[in-house]
Write a protein that binds this ligand. Structure first.
Ligand SMILES: Cc1cc2nc3c(=O)[nH]c(=O)nc-3n(C[C@H](O)[C@H](O)[C@H](O)COP(=O)(O)OP(=O)(O)OC[C@H]3O[C@@H](n4cnc5c(N)ncnc54)[C@H](O)[C@@H]3O)c2cc1C
Length: 409
């Protein structure tokens, strides 16, 4: 039987992983991006990876190579600065099976092959999550793509156009071309977006007052503030506030910026040196509907956008890839007609996307304000999390595996 063929538009972290995932289940893949490799590698960003992403990386055989480039964190400190309540999440709040080194609880293996214990039970077994810098992650993904005989990479403006006139139609077109997604727009798929009255600013700093394996999510009235470990005393900050304030912060010199930072961080955390240039980004909640049309499916930011609180964006996109791989594996095995794949994907992804976007939106709405009326509710939420280990475990599972895994356990 001839191999199924896919075109992937967009070689960001989601498109690259989608190409590798499809190749693993026997598809022939062409991956296109107008950017060349140096431009794809050049983004200054760090991602907090969850256990759902670690499970997928492991299934794709990438975990061993990536693990030395990741910084695991063994605890997450959630701190509502409006009520001065804190909640400490640690590896003991992970599912007992995962924490005790049992069988991995990620999605079923679409290849049906035997698997090693999940990354949560390996040398980084006690990690709540991992921080990955964009450059090392992308360089590994591009290396693997170049090494795969089933993937053809077409990078740069001079690369041939995927759907040039005269080319035969393919079984599947994967749009992983970012939140502006030209593919989504050309197909006329709907996009509902709500902008936040916040933007976010990222910067790397040397910081005192935190353990090197500790991550922080500070819930401040002007917006969430994440402090993510990068190894040693280096940390990535993701500072949410009004776009106007962040534009002002971007324009400050290093010393003035550090002064403002001292005012935003709790006394315990002291930023000493800037390691890169602060950069502000717009943030929005967005969802495409439908998620597929004909043979086109949307994955990653072309399908959804969310606030960076809780570091869900890329992990959600990689769960799109996990679902796509499962369905593509069924096509290869002759258990699903290629023409049915897009429709099946569209319905399967909907609950996880809706639940995750809603959860991040509610978190921002509940904590990013100075409303006195909401303070009792916030106190209650933090007190319940502190007092009820089961609730803490469920919240962490929702964050690390996706909310929909809760009722599949
Ligand atoms: C400040 C900030 C912090 C974040 N932190 C986290 C975090 O901690 N954890 C997390 O999970 N997520 C995080 N996110 C979200 C995460 O960055 C995104 O979800 C992720 O980058 C999306 O990847 P993607 O591959 O879907 O899209 P992109 O990275 O946007 O890639 C899209 C690709 O498509 C290409 N393209 C564009 N047009 C075309 C075309 N016509 N044809 C072919 N290709 C095209 C582009 O060149 C690009 O390479 C954060 C986001 C922000 C803004």
């Amino acid at each position: 039987m001839p191999m199924s063929q896919a075109h992937v538009h967009g070689a960001g972290p989601t498109g690259c992983l989608a190409a590798l995932a499809l190749a693993q289940v026997g598809w022939q893949v062409h991956l296109y991006d107008p950017l060349d490799a140096p431009a794809l590698l050049g983004r200054q960003r760090a991602y907090a990876l969850t256990h759902s992403s670690a499970s997928l990386l492991e299934r794709l055989g990438l975990w061993q190579a990536l693990a030395p480039r990741l910084v695991p964190f063994s605890s997450l400190e959630l701190w509502d600065q409006g009520t001065d309540r804190q909640c400490h999440f640690s590896a003991t709040d992970l599912s007992p099976r995962r924490h005790m080194g049992g069988q991995d609880i990620g999605a079923p293996d679409p290849t049906g092959s035997a698997r090693s214990a999940g990354p949560g039970s390996g040398p980084d077994g006690e990690a709540v999550g991992w921080i990955s810098q964009h450059g090392p992650l992308m360089s590994l993904l591009l290396e693997q793509l170049r090494a795969s005989p089933q993937v053809s990479l077409h990078l740069g403006r001079s690369a041939s156009h995927p759907e040039a006139p005269g080319t035969a139609p393919v079984d599947l077109v994967v749009a992983a071309d970012g939140s502006q997604s030209p593919s989504r727009q050309a197909a006329g798929l709907g996009w509902v977006q709500r902008s936040y009255d916040q933007a976010c600013l990222t910067v790397q700093v040397r910081l005192r007052g935190s353990r090197a394996d500790q991550a922080w999510e500070l819930l401040r009235p002007e917006g969430p503030f994440a402090v993510l470990p990068l190894g040693g005393d280096a940390f990535q900050l993701v500072w949410s506030a009004s776009a106007r304030r962040l534009r002002q912060l971007e324009s400050l010199d290093g010393a003035a910026f550090l002064d403002q930072l001292a005012g935003a961080l709790p006394d315990q955390l002291q930023a000493e040196v800037l390691l890169d240039q602060p950069r502000a980004y717009p943030v929005a909640l967005g969802l495409a509907w439908p998620l597929a049309k004909g043979s086109l499916v949307l994955v990653g930011d072309s399908a959804h956008r969310c606030h960076p609180v809780g570091g869900q964006g890329l992990n959600l996109g990689w769960r799109d890839v996990a679902c796509l791989q499962q369905l593509a594996g069924r096509v290869t095995a002759g258990r699903l007609a290629p023409g049915r794949l897009a429709a099946a994907y569209r319905w399967r992804r909907w609950p996880d996307l809706a639940a995750t976007l809603l959860a991040t939106h509610l978190l921002v709405g509940l904590f990013s304000n100075r409303s006195r009326l909401l303070l009792p509710l916030r106190r209650l939420a933090l007190d319940l999390l502190n007092g009820a280990p089961l609730l803490r475990r469920l919240s962490l599972a929702a964050m690390t595996q996706g909310p929909c895994r809760l009722w599949q356990r």
